[in-house]
Design a protein around this ligand. Structure first.
Ligand SMILES: [Zn+2]
Length: 255
């Protein structure tokens, strides 16, 4: 089966390698490792802890460089930064002209900001909406989800893909938002899938149309995610939706 991984962090320069364990993953074996786990296509941003806009731009340029090298295998995601609104808007336009249609994964705590909705982000979302781009956002127990909800509610024409199901209250908050907003999606990367039954319960509650397969590679073991999804005993059409159909539809929609 075709598998699209909606959330990875590719890199060329070693300092942007997010693998916890040294040279297990290198820029040379990155694609091969994913393919050997059964993954046919990836999306995602290059990440590194930086708070300057020069740093942000460097990550975005690296994503473009990777796209050049890896071609059809990779859908690049870009960064913006709410402390630099004007620069972010210019950067959106520049990246859009270079074929980029995905913003994120945004990882605010890596880049010295925190709120997904405020005056600065409002201005940035206006440009994202105008360009018709998708936004992928990191979530965890410390992220203000009510604040994220404000952005999702205010910008109904932007598709927001939240990362990481997590568990307990956080997981149920995702379910609440998935039910409430057509433009809210969830990717399966990071914490969540290792709790057996998480995905089946999610689909029972909200259907399979807004759930995207994702790993967070090279932070995580990609094969573990592929097998975890398969082991949840979904219907064939649900499995297809999660593994590639939903992502394909989203990405085609912004071509
Ligand atoms: Zn991530």
């Amino acid at each position: 089966m075709n598998i699209i991984d909606f959330h990875t962090h590719p890199f060329l320069r070693d300092e942007n390698n997010s693998c916890f364990y040294g040279d297990t993953v290198t820029s040379e074996n990155f694609v091969k490792t994913l393919k050997s786990a059964g993954i046919d296509h990836i999306c995602g941003s290059v990440i590194y802890k930086t708070e300057s806009f020069e740093g942000i731009k460097k990550l975005n340029r690296e994503a473009l460089e990777i796209k050049k090298q890896w071609g059809d295998f990779y859908t690049p995601g870009m960064h913006i930064h709410p402390h630099y609104v004007k620069e972010s808007i210019e950067e959106l336009d520049f990246m859009y002209q270079n074929g980029v249609r995905l913003v994120g994964e945004l990882v605010p705590y890596y880049n010295g900001w925190s709120l997904y909705y405020d005056e600065a982000m409002h201005a940035i979302y206006e440009e994202i909406e105008r360009l018709g781009m998708i936004v992928s956002v990191h979530t965890d127990m410390k992220v203000d989800m009510d604040n994220l909800e404000k952005a999702v509610k205010r910008f109904k024409n932007i598709t927001f893909v939240a990362a990481h199901p997590h568990q307990r209250e956080h997981y149920y908050k995702h379910i609440e938002l998935l039910k409430k907003y057509d433009n809210y999606y969830l990717d399966l990367s990071g914490t969540g899938l290792f709790r057996f039954g998480m995905l089946g319960t999610l689909i029972k509650n909200v259907g399979s149309e807004k759930i995207l397969f994702a790993t967070d590679f090279p932070i995580t073991n990609p094969k573990m995610y592929v097998e975890a999804v398969k082991f949840e005993k979904l219907m064939d059409n649900e499995l297809e939706n999660v593994f590639y159909k939903n992502a394909e539809r989203l990405l085609k929609g912004v071509e």
